[in-house]
Design a protein around this ligand. Structure first.
Ligand SMILES: *Cc1c(COP(=O)(O)O)cnc(C)c1O
Length: 394
């Protein structure tokens, strides 16, 4: 399928105002997302929040169905969360680790995840091991296999990897990692925050047991909402780190029973307008087709890399066999922060990705900060060319 670019842009109120190349940060939502949220907020104001939630029940349930369809899961395997970090946390902190248990992870891991590994290692005596990259810069699958099968070491209790890191085009070989996890019956947690919405992500094909994502990035949903996927067979292995009266039910004065489905990871109080908006964002993406979105967004990213690579003093920094819609680069004559400020003054949105967000990877590469430009399917070739010209102009 090819995309109707005019319709895509007409659907995107922000497209007329800014040149938005920060879809890895917070994308421009399409009008159906905005409308779904405004409708719900208006209803809350008009009839009260609880009545509005009751009236929106079919829409709320439909959001679970849509997310399940998006990632090839069942609706009872989905929990609505306030963001990707808390979604990931609910899975990770719910796993039991003993002294000597090993957690295997990748180089370009998001700092929030790394901080959690270190905290849990300190608390439990578990050991964190970073699997090295291969020559292409993605997680080395053979090295992972060797780490899993190494004799005389503690049991591998978890493989936790970021699918598309926040700091570059890299796409980690999630399905090859999944094959190893499955072959050795090791729980596999995938941080899919940057991949969901820009490319097809199927939990069956990947073989992950847990997956976290956010609405506001490539999914083009609202801020302050995300979701968690937990494979049904994993529920028993995770003790939710927090429980409330929505996640569990009092059945006697001294006894509670936890919900049977993934909603045991949710809170009672949730951002209902956000959930409805996220549902609309998923429907919008499904309607366009994730293959189609990927082909267009990745095509624009390739054009952007080519344009930047041709500029003197500019180095494109993306790694991996497959390159996603996240483009990172440095410019000899201009620090990333100064470049971002200059571009913003020209109506161009980008972000700066810093060493502290993906410490191990950036330290290895001797990088402190890079400019990150992340196109989406609604951007145009003309915008990409304008961006490259704007970078060169300063
Ligand atoms: C943005 C990001 C997160 C955190 O998502 P939030 O919705 O801000 O919690 C986690 N992992 C990666 C790879 C990210 O890029």
């Amino acid at each position: 399928m090819t995309l109707d670019l005019d319709r895509l842009r007409a659907d995107t109120p922000g497209a007329a105002r800014v040149l938005h190349l920060d879809n890895a940060g917070s994308a421009l939502p399409p009008r159906p997302v905005l409308d779904a949220m405004l409708d719900h907020l208006r209803l809350e104001a008009e009839i009260g929040g609880y009545a509005a939630a009751a009236a929106a029940e079919p829409k709320l349930e439909a959001a679970y169905d849509s997310i399940a369809r998006l990632i090839g899961a069942a609706p009872d395997e989905i929990a609505m969360m306030e963001n990707a970090t808390r979604a990931w946390d609910m899975a990770f902190y719910g796993l039991a680790f003993r002294p000597g248990d090993r957690i295997l992870t990748a180089k370009a891991e998001y700092a929030s995840n790394t901080i959690s590994y270190l905290q849990v290692a300190r608390r439990t005596g578990a050991v964190v091991e970073t699997i090295p990259d291969d020559a292409l810069g993605q997680l080395d699958v053979a090295a992972l296999e060797r780490a899993v099968t190494a004799a005389g070491r503690g049991p591998v209790r978890l493989i936790a990897v970021t699918h598309v890191p926040t700091n570059g085009g890299l796409v980690n070989p999630a399905a090859a990692i999944g094959q190893i996890a499955r072959a050795h019956s090791i729980p596999y947690l995938l941080d899919a925050c940057q991949s969901v919405g820009q490319m097809p992500v199927d939990v069956g094909a990947i073989g992950c047991d847990m997956l976290s994502a956010t609405a506001r990035k490539f999914l083009r949903g609202p801020r302050g909402v995300g979701f968690l996927y937990i494979r049904r067979s994993m529920l028993a292995a995770i003790d939710p780190p927090f429980l409330d009266l929505h996640a569990a039910e009092m059945v006697a004065p001294d006894r509670y029973v936890v919900r049977p489905d993934a909603r045991r990871f949710e809170n009672f109080e949730r951002n209902f307008a956000g959930i409805v908006g996220m549902g609309a964002a998923v429907d919008y993406a499904l309607d366009l087709g994730l293959d189609t979105i990927r082909d267009r967004a990745w095509g624009l990213a390739a054009r952007l890399r080519d344009g930047l690579a041709a500029l003197p003093g500019v180095t494109v920094r993306d790694k991996g066999a497959e390159r996603s819609a996240i483009v990172t680069f440095t410019r000899e004559s201009e620090a990333a922060d100064a470049l971002q400020r200059r571009l913003r003054a020209a109506g161009i949105n980008t972000s700066v990705t810093r060493r502290r967000s993906t410490m191990a990877d950036m330290t290895d590469r001797g990088l402190d900060a890079m400019l990150r430009a992340s196109p989406h399917c609604y951007n145009t070739e003309a915008e990409i060319d304008r961006f490259v010209a704007a970078v060169a102009a300063g």
